[in-house]
Each structure stands twice: as C-alpha cells, then as structure tokens.
Design a protein around this ligand. Sequence first.
Ligand SMILES: [Zn+2]
Length: 306
Amino acid sequence: MKKILAMDVGGTKIVYSVINENGVLESEIKREYTPKTISELKELFKKIIKEYDEETQGVAIATAGAVNLDNIKVESSTPNMPEGYNQLDFTQLSKKPVFVENDANAAAWAEYKIGAAKGDNNTVTITLGTGVGGGFIINGKLLRGKSGKAGEIGSMKINSRGRICTCGRKDCWESYASGSGLKFTAYETALNDESFKSSVFKDKNPADITTYDIIQGVKDKDEYSIKVFNIWKKDIITGLINIVNIFDTESIIISGGMGEFINVEEAENEVNNEIVVSKVKIKHALSGNYSGMIGAALLAFDKLAV
Ligand SMILES: [Zn+2]
C-alpha cells in the first residue's frame, strides 16, 4: 500500500507521521517545536522528510494559514509562524511530490472521507477552539474559492453588539463562538447581569474569569455561569443556522477543544427549528487531533496520484 509523510504545522509545534491510503497512521507520531526562523524551519522540514524518504511516496502538509490554488504555497499565514513562511515553496523541500492544504480544510476532508461525515456529499466541519475555523465539502469536493481562501467562517459577521475581534474587525462570529468569545461573554455578563452578584465567582475580577471557570460553574449549577454558557451557545447556533441556510449541508461536524462542550443533539434540534432548508445532522468529529494530517494525506493521494 502507498504511504505518505504527513505533517501538521502550527505556530507552536509540528506533528508528523506516515499515513497510508486508507488514512491509517503507520508510524509513531512525532512532535517538534516550530522553529522561530524560516531557515531553521526549512532545515527541520528537510530533516524530517529525509528520515522517511525511503518508505514514502510524497509529503502532505496541513498548515495554519491560507494555501494557494496549486497547493504548494501559503498565501497568508498567521502571525505566529516564522517570517518568510509565505515565501516558502514547499515543492523545493523534496524531490517527491509535496502537497499543502489549510488545516481546517484538511480536517473537513478527513471527516468526509473516514470520519463523522462519511457519505455526506455536502458537509461542513467547524473547529471551535481559541478561534473558529471551518472547511466545506460541496458536492463531494473541497470548497476552495477563487484564491484558495474559502471557508473562513470565523470571520462571518453576526450580531451588532460591537465586539472587537482579534483581527481588528467588529462582530466576527469567532469573537463570540470561540473559547476567547466565551471568556469575553463571561466578562460582559459579569458587568451587566445581576446573577453575577450571587455567583460563585462574585469575588473575582470579571476580566479574570476563564472558560474553564464557566464550564465548571455550569457543572455546579451556578446561575451566572449557565447564563454565560447559554449566550455563548446561542451565538454558536446563530452561525450554524446561517451556514446551513446558505449551503444546505447534510451534516455539520463539530470539532476542536471547545467543541466537546456542545451537546450536539440539542444543537441539532435548535438549528432544525429555525432553518428554511431540509433538516441537518449535527455530530462531533471522529478523526480527532490528527484530522489535519490525515485529511492532507488523503487529499494528496487523490491529487498527486502517487
Ligand atoms: Zn475577526
């Protein structure tokens, strides 16, 4: 069976393994810290690629940032990647084919091919973490747009509450639906809602209340925490309704660190009550922490026909 070296490249670490055509990991999963300079990063890539050169037919990379339509270059990366990452031509790293895809798109492909969305030709995978990302499969194909940047659902605008997003714009979905969004909702609610005064967190500075506090508060049936959590959840549902109304997907797959706090049955009912298209299924992701690597590898096998 053919094999590929797959890497997931983020701002803090690079995770890699050998993956076969079925999306199964065939070697130990290894990790390295992401170097601070582009020359060190290039050297690290080359070292890893050399290590697996004999047993693999190509390289697949899932990366933060938007990837160009040829899948060989990152067009705009996040600020936590080394300077010059955008200029890196990945095909120069190996004599064998190299394929690059945005990590959220790759994760969506993994869910579609072997995960929770298997068999759904129209599906979206949403990553709820520190930020919000997404990848769309439309009619069995990954939606890439005119420049490869499609699917930036975290930047979809919802509400008009004037919340400033980390990107500098106002009211991005991400500024409400992410983990940081939950933290900010906790802060706002503490300032504006009476329930805070009788909350278990009443002696805390509102700016210091964490997402973990709120999750724990919900478990402890703290009224303020439940209010905060419900506002956060409602903001997520609003975004999901918009997405399904536009794309009429068969499923929505929820992944990411914050995704586990979403009750998918409840969310499915709430979304289905408010959409004008046919009913949608909402499920948790199956392919987990390695979905980026697996999806990039499966896309590479298709595209490169290695
Ligand atoms: Zn934003």
